[in-house]
Write a protein of this length. Structure first.
Length: 394
């Protein structure tokens, strides 16, 4: 690779931003190299990755005079990916054994999609965001296994702070937050008594107000940043709201305590309907806001924006999707054979109509496949509801 070059297009954007930050300490209000004549609003960008590269050079550059901003960005993907992978391995080794950790680590490290985006020279923010995402989820899971005390509170603070960093790094970082929200929602519907609510509030305080105050994307996002707040902040705040409402009602109205499970599911369904309603009401805006100039001939020819086909999954991720899908289907039987069978069947249908859609469209037709996909969503939600009721701790 020639000096000064990268193997990804977006890397050049972050390189230019890093150089600007190195010279002036921050990005200008507008990037006048793009979207002329008005320039692009830098306030609508989540550019922490560029700041990290620039200030890393400022911190260690005096120790290594020959080290440039380019060198740091060149090797950043490999370093970030190894840190994230190492965190996954250590967590799994501690709680599930070295063999399981090794299998997962090898699979993640050898995925063609992982290799291409974590090698030196790719230099986009993918590996950086992957590292923050894995650290955010793992630190939260680690916190859940700690006994009450100072260490648990510190780990909670760490988990929230990492989400804060991720929220300043990537518009879709809410995907990782949704994993944590799913954990909390499962706890909410399977435990009738409120536990660790202050701890959850502390986790929220570590990133929600600061993201809202620091980045204009969250209070006033527009264009491709329109739905960032809805993806990253609304789900954890909604879980906080339903937990708080249940706690207040059960504490204030004694007669409701014998109907705690019904109250829990009522609040959960309301929260889910709000999320589904937002999705359907805003569905038409997703494509036009996620990618500017969506209808232009140039954007239509960008392969990265094309809908993934079956070849994409098999070529980039191989059998890992099949193994992962098989894993969560088999995991359904932890509730017992007959109790887990409905969940396994619904997850099987969901997997087939999602990751194997191209072959399914050929076999049964696109309209039938779409119908089966919608049915699988309903059956999956219903199966999880039944499983949560069976697992409820009084």
């Amino acid at each position: 690779m020639p000096p000064g070059q990268f193997i990804s297009n977006d890397a050049y954007l972050f390189a230019a931003q890093s150089e600007e930050i190195t010279k002036h300490g921050k990005l200008p209000a507008r990037d006048m190299q793009r979207w002329l004549p008005n320039g692009r609003d830098n306030g609508q960008l989540l550019s922490l990755y560029a700041y990290v590269i620039a200030y890393t050079h400022k911190v260690i550059g005096w120790l290594f005079p020959k080290l440039t901003v380019y060198h740091i960005q060149l090797y950043a993907p490999a370093l970030c990916f190894m840190i994230g992978l190492g965190a996954v391995f250590l967590f799994l080794e501690r709680y599930y054994g070295v063999m399981f950790a090794c299998i997962v680590g090898v699979l993640l490290a050898t995925l063609p999609g992982s290799i291409s985006r974590s090698i030196a020279g790719f230099s986009d923010r993918d590996a950086w965001c992957w590292m923050l995402g894995t650290l955010a989820v793992i630190s939260y899971l680690w916190k859940e296994r700690l006994p009450l005390g100072r260490q648990r509170w510190l780990t909670t603070a760490l988990a929230g702070f990492i989400v804060f960093l991720g929220g300043l790094s990537w518009e879709a970082f809410g995907v990782f937050v949704l994993i944590i929200v799913a954990i909390e929602l499962w706890k909410f519907v399977t435990i009738d008594t409120e536990e660790h609510f202050k701890e959850y509030l502390f986790w929220l305080v570590m990133f929600v107000p600061w993201l809202y105050l620091i980045s204009p994307v969250y209070p006033s996002g527009y264009g491709f940043s329109t739905h960032v707040t809805a993806l990253l902040l609304f789900p954890p705040l909604t879980v906080c709201a339903v937990r708080g409402i249940r706690h207040g009602l059960l504490k204030g109205i004694v007669s409701l305590r014998q109907h705690a499970q019904k109250l829990t599911w009522g609040l959960t369904l309301i929260a889910l309907m709000l999320g589904i309603g937002y999705f359907f009401f805003q569905a038409e805006t997703f494509e036009t806001t996620a990618f500017a100039f969506q209808e232009s001939l140039l954007m239509k020819n960008i392969s990265e924006l094309e809908d993934p086909n079956f070849g994409f999954w098999t070529n980039w991720y191989g059998g890992v999707f099949a193994l992962g899908s098989l894993g969560w289907i088999v995991a359904s039987f932890q509730f017992g054979w007959w109790k887990g069978l409905p969940m396994a069947l619904s997850l099987s249908l969901f997997t087939v109509t999602t990751f194997f859609r191209d072959p399914m469209n050929i076999w049964v037709g696109e309209a039938t496949c779409n119908t089966l996909f919608i049915v699988s969503l309903g059956l999956t939600v219903l199966s999880f509801a039944v499983a949560s009721v069976l697992s409820t701790v009084k």
